[in-house]
Design a protein around this ligand. Structure first.
Ligand code: ADE
Ligand code: ZN
Length: 319
């Protein structure tokens, strides 16, 4: 029986397995620049975040209809359930779809139909987190927030992802203020490739509740102390960090040191179709590579529920 856990850092577009990508491409008449799934998988050798993002965005061309988004999401829920996931807070990237002419309604309705069946079909409760692409303009993020107004009942929080360096959290101050005014919760990727100062900005300027990744906080002892004191959750993604060369090897990953420093860490899969494992695989990998024993794995699983939006969401709904 896998340990029951919540997954808090998962890009739904990053669950697009090569087999499904080719099936959807055939159904939608989209030509992929790869001969077959083997050739596609062989392209998953990344140098850094940007080299991954290039493949990630280009493969999204196969996602066109509401059914495509349903199928993608339902397939993720089935895989996650098999690895002990009981609750998932799922990122999606609306701008990566609207910019290719796929309406926001198509995306959200496909995702929502799968999530609505999540409890019954897979035993997983869910939340949706709408991410802004930080390498697009703040105006584009604001337009995206505006366009999402008819779907706010479907969206728990906003997030910030894509190319981090050169796109600090402060760029999105106004859009985060507007999101908060609409009653949305806030998270942001920070300290993946970007410096510890971006983590501070995410906290102080955007007012986020959780930091996605955050591992570069380890370069700044004062920041580590603050994150530990304020119990700010970090959604750490060890397999992603190795594949995107944020760390050289899993054995060198700072997760164990982060936990020893008193940080509220969770373990997540980020983009599992690209990074070699879903969240249960990730738990197994950190056990093997970092020697995290049963007790530490239980702590990580417990943290995932503590850091989730489950706890106080119901009260907030009366807002
Ligand atoms: N989008 C999908 N995965 C991402 C990651 N690891 N960092 C930033 N943006 C992303
Ligand atoms: Zn991510």
């Amino acid at each position: 029986m896998p340990l029951p856990k919540a997954e808090l850092h998962l890009h739904i577009e990053g669950t697009l397995e090569p087999e499904l990508a080719f099936a959807l491409a055939a159904g939608n008449g989209v030509e992929l620049p790869y001969k077959d799934t083997e050739e596609l998988r062989a392209a998953y050798l990344f140098e850094d975040l940007q080299s991954f993002l290039d493949v990630y965005y280009s493969l999204m061309a196969v996602l066109r209809t509401e059914d495509d988004f349903f199928e993608l999401t339902d397939a993720y829920l089935a895989r996650a359930a098999a690895q002990g996931v009981r609750h998932a807070e799922i990122f999606f990237d609306p701008q990566a779809h609207t910019s290719r002419g796929v309406p926001l309604a198509t995306v959200i309705e496909g995702l929502a139909r799968a999530l609505d069946g999540g409890e019954e079909r897979h035993g997983i409760s869910t939340r949706l987190i709408m991410c802004f692409l930080r390498d697009e303009s703040a105006e584009s993020a604001m337009e995206t927030l505006d366009a999402a107004k008819p779907y706010l009942h479907r969206i728990a929080a906003v997030g910030l992802d894509s190319a981090e360096v050169g796109n600090p959290p402060s760029k999105f101050r106004e859009v985060y203020e507007a999101a908060a005014a609409l009653g949305l919760r806030k998270v942001a990727h920070a300290g993946e490739e970007g410096p510890p100062a971006y983590i501070r900005e995410a906290l102080d300027i955007l007012g986020v509740e959780r930091i996605d990744h955050g591992l570069r906080c380890m370069e700044d002892p004062e920041l580590v102390e603050r994150l530990a004191r304020e119990r700010v959750a970090l959604t750490v993604c060890p397999l992603s960090n190795v594949r995107l060369r944020v760390v050289d090897t899993l054995e060198q990953h700072p997760l164990a040191r982060m936990m020893d420093a008193g940080l509220l860490c969770t373990v997540n899969s980020d983009d599992p179709a690209y990074f070699g494992g879903y969240v249960g695989d990730t738990f197994h990998a950190v056990h093997e590579a970092l020697g995290l024993g049963e007790e530490k794995l239980r702590e990580l699983a417990r943290n995932s529920f503590v850091a989730s939006f489950l706890e106080d969401d119901e009260e907030r709904r009366g807002r």
